[in-house]
Design a protein around this ligand. Structure first.
Ligand code: AMP
Length: 381
C-alpha cells in the first residue's frame, strides 16, 4: 500500500515525500481511512509504530479541507493531549512537517517554559493545539484558550496520563469542549480505568491494534549481565570503551540514579547528560538536542522522562536497572531497532532484580541470553 492509496491530498503527499516516508506503517494503513471517515478510533499502539502520523495526517487533511474563513481569528479545531512535554513538542514538530504545504497553524502548550510567549502565540490563534494537561488547564482558566470549536480530540498515551495522575485534569479539559466531536484515543495498555474511559468517551469506535512489541523485540539483540549494584557503574564504563556503541540510552530507576550515572561517566571522559523530571524544560531539550546531534554519546533517563523521546538510529539501550513492569522493558528496548534497524539492548540485573527478569522473560516469551564476560573482575556473580 502507498500513501496515495490512502487518498491523502497532494499537499500532504508532497510533505511526506520531503520527509522520506515511502510507505505507510500498519497502524497508518488502518487508522488513516477511519479518521478521514470521521469515526472515533481506539488505537492500541506504542511509540515507534508511526502512530503520530496515523492521527496527525488525517487531522491535517480534515482541517485543511474545511473552508477557512478569511479575516477571522483561527479557532482551535483540534486538541491533542499528551502526558509529557517532550512528546508534545515532538508531535508539534511532526505536524509542522506534515502540514508544511498547508496554511494550518499548530501550537504546543507545555509547562516548564514561559507562559507569556504562549499567551502571545495564542492571540494569533492556532488550528491545532498540542498540550500537556497542567499548563493547558491554567491557560483555559485564565481564558487564553477556548476549546468551544474543537472538532477532533486526540488523547495520546492515555495509559501514561493515567499513571502520571493527569486523568482528572483531562476530564476537566474535555468538559470545556463540545460533546459532539471526533475522539481518537491511543493507549499501549488497557488497565480497567482505561477501558472505562474508552466506554464513556468514544462513540461506536473502530479499534485498531498493532503489536510492534514482539516484532520489535525479535529484531533486537538482547543480553543480560548478572552484576551487583556496586559494580554496575564500572561495568557500564567498561562496556562503553567499545567505540561501536555510538549512542546509548541508559535507563535508571530514579532521578538521583540518573545523575549518579552521568557523574560516573563524566569522570572517565564519556560525554553524558541526564533527562528526568527534576530538570527544567530547557535543560531537558538541551540534553535531547545534544544527544541527537551526537555531541553527547550517552543519555541517561528515567522511564517517565524518556516516554515519547524519538531518536532515530539509536544503537544501544542499556538497562542500568531492570524495570519491575515487564511492559516497560519492552517499551525501553523498543527505542532501538526502529524503522527496520537492528538494535542492541543490554540489561544489568542485580540479585533483587532477578524476579523482574523472570517476569520480563515470561512477557517476551524468551530467555534473554547471559552476556559473555568482558572482564572477570567486573562480574561478581
Ligand atoms: P511514532 O510512533 O509516531 O513516534 O513514529 C516513530 C518514528 O517513525 C518517527 O521518527 C516518525 O517520523 C517515523 N515514521 C512514522 N511513519 C513513518 C513512515 N510511514 N515512513 C517512515 N518513517 C515514519
Amino acid at each position: 500500500m502507498t500513501f496515495n492509496d490512502l487518498k491523502l491530498t497532494p499537499a500532504i503527499l508532497k510533505a511526506l515525500g520531503k520527509e522520506n516516508y515511502t510507505a505507510p506503517t500498519p497502524i497508518q494503513e488502518q487508522a488513516i481511512p477511519v479518521v478521514l471517515a470521521g469515526r472515533d478510533l481506539f488505537g492500541c499502539a506504542q511509540t515507534g509504530t508511526g502512530k503520530t502520523a496515523a492521527f496527525a495526517l488525517p487531522i491535517v487533511q480534515l482541517l485543511t479541507e474545511q473552508q477557512s474563513k478569511p479575516g477571522r481569528v483561527r479557532r482551535t479545531r483540534s486538541l491533542i493531549l499528551t502526558p509529557t512535554r517532550e512528546l508534545a513538542l515532538q508531535i508539534a514538530d511532526n505536524i509542522k512537517a506534515y502540514g508544511q504545504f498547508t496554511d494550518l497553524r499548530c501550537l504546543a502548550i507545555v509547562g516548564g517554559v514561559s507562559q507569556k510567549v504562549q499567551e502571545r502565540a495564542l492571540e494569533q490563534g492556532a488550528d491545532i493545539i498540542i498540550a500537556t494537561p497542567g499548563r493547558l488547564i491554567d491557560l483555559i482558566n485564565q481564558k487564553f484558550v477556548d476549546l468551544q470549536a474543537v472538532q477532533i480530540l486526540v488523547l495520546d498515551e492515555a495509559d501514561r496520563m493515567l499513571d502520571m495522575g493527569f486523568i482528572n485534569d483531562v476530564k476537566k479539559i474535555i468538559a470545556k469542549m463540545p460533546s459532539k466531536k471526533q475522539t481518537l484515543f491511543f493507549s499501549a495498555t488497557m488497565p480497567p480505568e482505561i477501558s472505562k474511559l474508552v466506554k464513556t468517551l468514544l462513540v461506536n469506535p473502530v479499534k485498531v491494534e498493532v503489536t510492534p512489541a514482539s516484532t520489535t523485540v525479535e529484531r533486537i539483540e538482547q543480553s543480560v549481565y548478572f552484576v551487583e549494584k556496586a559494580s554496575k557503574q564500572g561495568l557500564l564504563n567498561e562496556l562503553l570503551k567499545d567505540k561501536s556503541i555510538t549512542s546509548a540510552l541508559v535507563f535508571t530507576r530514579t532521578k538521583h540514579g540518573a545523575d549518579r550515572v552521568v557523574r560516573g561517566l563524566t569522570k572517565v571522559n564519556i560525554t553524558a547528560q541526564a533527562i528526568h523530571g527534576n530538570k527544567s524544560q530547557n535543560s531537558r531539550q538541551n540534553a535531547l538536542l545534544n544527544f541527537r546531534s551526537g555531541a553527547t554519546r550517552v543519555l541517561v533517563a528515567t522511564d517517565i522522562a524518556a516516554r515519547g523521546i524519538d531518536i532515530d538510529e539509536l544503537s544501544h539501550v542499556i538497562n542500568f536497572n531492570l524495570p519491575n513492569i515487564p511492559e516497560t522493558y519492552v517499551h525501553r528496548i523498543g527505542r532501538t531497532g526502529r524503522a527496520g534497524l537492528s538494535g542492541i539492548a543490554i540489561s544489568f540485573c542485580e540479585t533483587e532484580e532477578r524476579p523482574y527478569l523472570r517476569d520480563i522473560e515470561k512477557k517476551i516469551k524468551k530467555t534473554i541470553p547471559v552476556a559473555v564476560d568482558h572482564s572477570d573482575s567486573m562480574l561478581t556473580i
